[in-house]
Design a protein around this ligand. Structure first.
Ligand SMILES: [Fe+2]
Length: 215
């Protein structure tokens, strides 16, 4: 190879690297860097459908007519002893739409298009109504719903995403690592005669030692 040939190759490789990095940044930005890495962005989305309503133990986090299969998730949040239901614990959730997209404009994961907040009642209960999220486009990423918990004496942290036991993209490894029973992050979902999917997940809160958000 001539010197000119080597220089051309070097230039080509450099340009190709820059292009690849730019493409990666673009992909993460559109699919949801804020989604899975839990990172925060300063940008704000203008596509909020449902404002956070942290005062109620129940929330509907999609508008009427949101495309997708209806889903209701409920459960109880317990103290670290795993037995005492806790009142006043905040649960914040956000997810993709049925096509696997968070938002078309990217941005703050507190402000993704489909999100909502609840606060547990005297029985420690929470419930949210939504639609089943889609996998990220052209991916084998399982359907999932992100979630944070916090409350008096419990600084905020994020917990394992909600997954679905009937999702073929949930791996055996994921199933093996997940808690069992109602504490499992992999929801056992059933579809009622009304066409609504339902799943239960109880949560044992902890004083965050990992995944802390600093809030
Ligand atoms: Fe995500």
């Amino acid at each position: 190879m001539t010197i000119i040939g080597k220089l051309d190759l070097r230039t080509f490789l450099r340009n190709a690297t820059v292009f690849a990095v730019a493409l990666l940044v673009f992909e993460l930005g559109t699919v949801g860097l804020a989604g899975c890495n839990q990172a925060r962005s300063l940008s704000r989305s203008a596509e909020v459908v449902q404002p956070a309503s942290p005062g109620s133990w129940k929330a509907t986090i999609v508008s009427d007519g949101e495309p997708g299969e209806s889903l209701v998730v409920s459960g109880t949040i317990y103290a670290p002893d795993g037995r005492t239901p806790l009142e006043g614990i905040n649960l914040f959730v956000y997810q993709t739409d049925a096509t696997g997209r968070y938002t078309t404009s990217g941005g703050d994961n507190r402000n993704t298009r489909i999100h909502g907040s609840m606060r547990t009642n005297a029985e420690g209960r929470y419930e949210f109504r939504t639609i089943r999220p889609g996998s990220y486009p052209q991916s084998r990423n399982p359907q999932h719903i992100h979630a944070y918990v916090s409350g008096p004496g419990y600084p905020e942290y994020w917990i394992d995403e909600y997954h679905f036991n009937d999702d073929p993209f949930v791996t055996d490894e994921m199933r093996g690592k997940a808690e069992k029973g109602k504490m499992s992050s992999i929801l056992t979902v059933t579809r009622g005669a009304d066409g609504v999917w339902r799943g239960i997940r109880d949560i044992k809160i902890e004083r965050c030692s990992r995944n802390c958000t600093g809030r």
